[in-house]
Write a protein that binds this ligand. Structure first.
Ligand SMILES: [Zn+2]
Length: 285
């Protein structure tokens, strides 16, 4: 069981000192679950944008809804957007199985944001209500865990810098954890395959790769910490402060070392594509 909240963090989590900002009104129109904006169900493909405009929030775009300039000026670029989301399954970018869940790329299918707007960087405050014993990873750093109702535990993740919407994400489950610390930073490896993978061997080259990229970029490892989540299949996707690495991709790399790419490619995005990126346009995984 996983429930998320990105718009109404608990009081305790708000003490983290990380400023929150909500200045966009956006839903991906393919999301299957219902949403309510200012008391009105919104959006569906035919009428969502119209209803949002009527509420004074903005207009619908191909991949979501954007707050109107008048709305943001009146609120001095800061606004609270009351949102209620109901139980449902995001149409894209959400994988669950074996007690593990993770998101990939299509963040605006499960939270309020505008997917195809990489220049619209913002902080993310994400609260995950998880069963006891579950490990999670999200953008930035995690605040101390808190007991929640119904026996759940609240994991509060707070970004330490603004990120493009497609980089918002999380993973949670009975993840086997391994970590190491070098002069480059802290490296965490989480096994979400349920197969007791040999994390030490699979990710052995990680610290050396990070040191290489830091040297070439002339910048330290962002956040001083990098997490790789091993998942089944051919997944390969960077996210804010972590990446998803598919076991099948690693197996392919091992069978053909001369063309190995997945660990280096996704790690490089922590500097190029996440920390610095081109002007808004197309993004790739
Ligand atoms: Zn890429």
């Amino acid at each position: 069981m996983v429930s998320t909240s990105s718009s109404t963090p608990s009081r305790s989590c708000q003490r983290s000192g990380v400023r929150q900002r909500t200045d966009r009104c956006a839903f991906h129109r393919r999301s299957r679950d219902a949403a309510v904006l200012h008391g009105q169900r919104s959006p569906d493909q035919r009428s969502g944008g119209r209803r949002c405009r009527r509420a004074g929030l903005g207009r619908q775009e191909p991949d979501g809804l954007r707050a109107s300039p008048a709305f943001t000026r009146r609120q001095q670029s800061r606004a609270a957007v009351p949102v209620q989301r109901h139980a449902g399954t995001p149409a894209r970018g959400f994988t669950a199985g074996g007690g593990t869940v993770y998101t990939s790329y299509f963040a605006c299918d499960w939270m309020v944001c505008l997917q195809d707007a990489p220049g619209d960087k913002a902080h993310l405050a994400l609260d995950l209500f998880l069963p006891t014993g579950v490990t999670s990873v999200g953008a930035g750093r995690m605040m101390p865990r808190l007991a929640a109702s119904s026996g759940l535990v609240l994991h509060c993740w707070r970004s330490t810098r603004p990120y493009s919407p497609y980089l918002y994400g999380f993973a949670a489950g009975p993840l086997v954890r391994r970590s190491e610390r070098t002069s480059t930073g802290e490296f965490v490896y989480l096994d979400g395959t349920g197969t007791k993978a040999d994390l030490a061997t699979l990710f052995a080259q990680t610290p050396a790769m990070a040191a290489f990229f830091a040297g070439k970029a002339g910048l330290p490892l962002p956040n001083g910490r990098y997490v790789q989540v091993l998942v089944p299949g051919v997944e390969a996707q960077e996210a804010a402060t972590f990446s998803l690495i598919g076991k099948d991709e690693l197996d392919s790399d091992r069978n053909d070392p001369s063309s190995a790419w997945v660990i280096a490619h996704e790690m490089a995005h922590q500097w190029w594509g996440i920390w610095s990126h081109a002007r808004p346009g197309k993004t790739s995984g």
